[in-house]
Structure formats: C-alpha cells, structure tokens
Design a protein around this ligand. Structure first.
Ligand code: NAD
Length: 282
C-alpha cells in the first residue's frame, strides 16, 4: 500500500478564497472593515517569518493589517498596555500575540488580557473553557486546521479510534476535544506514555504533535491508518515532521506531507477566526 497524500496547501488556498469572499460580504453588510493585530515582541527570526506570512496572507484576503512591534526588553506592563489598546480598538477584530515571548515575560497572563471574542489564536483561558464546554468561540488554529483536513477528506470520525500524540494547550488538548465533539474515541499519548507503538497501533486516525523529529515510524502505524503530521522541524535537508514520511507511506492509507500539510492550514484557520471574531463583535 502506498498512502495517498493529503494536500493541505490546496485546501488552505481554497479556504483563503472563501474567506476573501466572506470578508467582502462582511464589509458590504456591516459597513465596517476587518482588522488583524499581530504583536511581535523581540527579534526571534522564526517568529518574524511566521508573523510576516500571517500579515501578508491576511492583507491578500482583504483584512487590515495592524502590526505592533515591541523590543526584546519590553516590560510586562508595556506588552499589557499594547494588548489593552488593541482590545479597545473597534478597528481591530482579532489580536495575535506571537509566541514564544522573551523569557522574562509571563506569557499566560498576557494571553489572558485578550478578550475571548478577539482571541484568534484561541489560547486564552476563556477560549479553552468554551471549547471544553462546547460553547461557541474561537478555536486554536492548528487543531482547527487538522479537523478541516479530516472533514475535507471525508474521514469518518464518529466511532473511529483517534490517537493524538502530544497534550499541549496549543495542539494536543484542543484537538482531542474537537475529535470528542465529533464522537471519535480518543486516546492521548504523551512523553510519559509507556508503550507508544502499542498505543498508536490502535489508531485508525493518528495525529502526531509531539515536537520530536521522525518520532513516528512504520512500527507505530497499523495498515490503513490516516496519519496527520503536525510537527515542523527545520533541518539542513529542509523541513521534516514528527512522522518519518517515507516509512509511514508504506503503512498509512492517507498522510499529510511536511511541508504542505497542516502548516498552510494553520494560517488559513487564523484568517477564518479573524472573520468569525468580526462577526462575534458585530
Ligand atoms: P509542545 O512541546 O508544547 O508539546 C509536545 C507534546 O508532545 C507534549 O505534550 C509531550 O508530552 C509530547 N511528547 C514529547 N515527546 C514525546 C514522546 N517521545 N512520545 C510521546 N509524546 C511526546 O509542542 P506543540 O506546541 O504542541 O507542538 C508540537 C509540534 O507541532 C512541534 O513540532 C511544533 O513545531 C509543531 N507545530 C506545528 C504547527 C503548524 O502550523 N503545523 C503549529 C503548532 C505547532
């Protein structure tokens, strides 16, 4: 068996086209613009690349760009004040605080200053609580992107056994909740899981979000599994994921590549969240 490749790049482009049309519709029907504020603290080169591509794609979608840049030595109070200004600015529909922050800042406290209806990364305590309680809100972009890929592929989730490797607040936990909402049977594996291969072997849908290059090999995958690779690692040979793609391709029925799988979906979902945030506030 050679796995079919799930094309995240193509789906992300379709979603961005949809958002562009819906942003136009929002502007026409409300007479108001939609704006995304990105807040970058310090000069981490990877963060700068991520923020620039988020800004570029949001502009291309008709979303106004409200970028704020603070120096690496910005204080907790300075970042908090910037977030509060954006929270009170009616032209700003969504606020994204780019992570990681410099180590002297309390990231959790700063994230929680973002009002839930502008929290386009879905990372505030309120957003996490709303997701856990199945109350409408903004969902973290990468898990939302994984769900959109599964839905677009027509993967049956109800009653299926999904194994999520990773339990972070950013990916693993929200993803497990979204899969539960779709009536999947969900197992979460993590760094203290005793026999990872035995656990992942039970999966019909296997999602790798451990942040460990090539953690998942052929021995972790039962024949016919749908494999979604969230991991991203820069190596001299290029980007690789948490899944050993070449090994997995002989076992999986479908698989996302890295790059071109989950990565582009994350930004597309950010744009969708910005549009949704604008409606939540209108
Ligand atoms: P994290 O480090 O916060 O969490 C990793 C999780 O994996 C932890 O819960 C840990 O318990 C688990 N884990 C670590 N080692 C393990 C092991 N050997 N076996 C089983 N579980 C293990 O990372 P994160 O923020 O959730 O990100 C995970 C990966 O996804 C990273 O590679 C990150 O770069 C990538 N990522 C990609 C996107 C995207 O847009 N594609 C977005 C966010 C994160």
């Amino acid at each position: 068996m050679v796995a079919q490749i799930i094309d995240g790049k193509a789906l992300a482009a379709r979603l961005r086209d949809q958002v562009r049309t819906e942003v136009e519709h929002f502007k026409r029907s409300t007479g108001r613009p939609i704006g995304l504020a990105t807040v970058l603290v310090g000069d981490d080169p990877a963060s700068e690349v991520y923020v620039n591509s988020k800004r570029k794609l949001s502009r291309e979608t008709g979303i106004q760009d409200h970028h704020r840049r603070l120096p690496a030595n910005a204080t907790q109070e300075q970042v908090a004040q910037t977030l509060d200004e954006l929270a009170n600015d009616p032209a700003v529909s969504g606020i994204l605080l780019q992570l990681p922050l410099p180590a002297h800042l309390d990231a959790k406290a700063l994230i929680d200053r973002i009002p839930w209806n502008k929290d386009v990364d879905g990372l505030t305590t309120t957003s996490a609580g709303r997701l856990a309680r199945n109350i409408e809100g903004l969902i973290p972009c990468t898990p939302a992107g994984v769900m959109s890929l599964l839905e677009d592929e027509g993967v049956q989730l109800q009653g299926a056994h999904a194994v999520v490797v990773g339990r972070s607040d950013l990916v693993g936990k929200p993803l497990a909740q979204l899969l539960l909402q779709k009536n999947a049977t969900v197992t979460i594996a993590h760094s203290k899981t005793k026999d990872l291969a035995a656990t992942t072997h039970q999966a019909q849908i296997l999602i790798a979000a451990a942040g460990v290059p090539h953690l998942i090999g052929a021995e972790h995958i039962a024949p016919g599994t749908v494999v979604i690779d969230v991991g991203i690692h820069r190596t001299p040979e290029g980007l690789i994921g948490d899944v050993d793609f070449n090994a997995a391709q002989g076992k999986a029925s479908r698989i996302t590549p890295v790059p071109g799988g989950v990565g582009p979906m994350t930004i597309a979902e950010l744009l969708r969240n910005t549009l949704k945030a604008a409606w939540l506030q209108s």
